[in-house]
Design a binder for this molecule. Structure first.
Ligand code: A3P
Length: 318
């Protein structure tokens, strides 16, 4: 019997592995699984709301350092292309006529010249077949799971492909392992197996915040695109929170996501007025303390500690 997911616009892709409806099962099992990986591809692996867009723009800025205007001109969805996205074929999305008629990856394969940045949120076993054969350079970014779920809560309330839900419910389900990229501990445990591989660079959101220049230097050296001091400063500037925020507000072709005026702040069918999507919301470390109650925090810590036993090298201390 199918288990009912805890939130609208989500589904169990496999038992105990919840995904947002916008991550199409057909895409993951089909065109994504069969993706042909190129030698100069760079993958970016993150759990939801853990600095994907930020790191993605760092990678693109490094690759286009001689023409940073590129970040301004590239179409919005191509900048953010997360490979599992679309088409919006899940009944909850069809019912609300939510955007995204095609899978991102089809356009991505067709339109994106090398070197490509490929962004993904799935567990290792659902990566393209060629991934573990070719072992492309892969940047992994981890984020404090409490900050990530608070960010996710705001995301549920602003992005049309998710449904608003009370914080208490979202937090309770997160502690049970029900969240839109699956249980947060599964994600880190499974990916940590590759942390020491030469093809993987493991970064944290917190270190990136503390010293963005150093993070960019590491990424640039890792993808064999070392930068001069001047270039590093330019990339730091163009990927800073404020500059990214302003750029995304001027984004090219945001209608790709929001053809129905979903980003206008108008009421959606669920009756709630969704605020304008904020790709850059706060961008801070430790903000979870303003949202978690003490009881919620303790409940999370208990499960997290049990689950992360033996994985202390990728575990957060709160
Ligand atoms: P908050 O909601 O805590 O502010 P993702 O891109 O994986 O969805 O992650 C989103 C989180 O990254 C959001 O966190 C967002 O504000 C933050 N973020 C995006 N761009 C950033 C930047 N340039 N600097 C710092 N944080 C950034």
């Amino acid at each position: 019997m199918d288990v009912k997911p805890p939130f609208k616009k989500t589904y169990y892709y496999r038992p105990n592995y919840l995904l947002p409806a916008i991550f199409s099962r057909n895409t993951i099992d089909g065109v994504y699984k069969n993706l042909e990986i190129r030698d100069d591809d760079t993958f970016l692996v993150t759990y939801a709301k853990s600095g994907t867009a930020w790191t993605n723009e760092m990678l693109k800025a490094i690759l286009h350092v001689d023409d940073l205007e590129y970040l301004e001109s590239v179409e919005f969805y191509k900048k953010l292309a997360t490979l599992e996205f679309g088409p919006a074929d899940h009944p909850d999305l069809v019912e609300e006529n939510v955007f995204c008629p095609k899978s991102f990856i089809e356009d991505f394969i067709k339109d994106t010249p090398s070197p490509r940045v490929l962004s993904t949120h799935v567990l290792p076993e659902y990566m393209p077949t060629q991934f573990f054969q070719k072992k492309p350079k892969t940047v992994f970014v981890s984020r404090n799971p409490k900050d990530a779920v608070v960010s996710l809560y705001h995301w549920h309330h602003s992005i049309p492909f998710l449904s608003p839900c009370p914080w208490e419910l979202l937090c309770e389900e997160y502690i049970k392992g029900n969240s839109i990229c699956g249980a947060v501990w599964d994600f880190y445990k499974k990916w940590s197996k590759y942390k020491q591989e030469a093809w993987m660079l493991w970064l944290t959101f917190e270190d990136m915040k503390a010293d963005p220049k150093q993070a960019i230097r590491k990424i640039a050296d890792f993808i064999s695109r070392p930068l001069t001091e001047e270039q590093l400063d330019a990339v730091v500037h163009s990927t800073s929170f404020q500059v990214m925020k302003e750029r995304n507000e001027r984004a090219v072709n945001p209608e790709f996501f929001f053809p129905n005026g979903h980003n206008s702040g108008e009421s959606g069918k669920d009756g709630e007025t969704k605020p304008k999507v904020q790709w850059q919301r706060k961008g801070q470390v430790g903000g979870w303390k303003n949202t978690f109650t003490v009881a919620q925090s303790e409940a999370f810590d208990k499960v997290y500690k049990e689950q992360m036993k033996g994985y202390e090298d990728v575990m957060y201390q709160f």
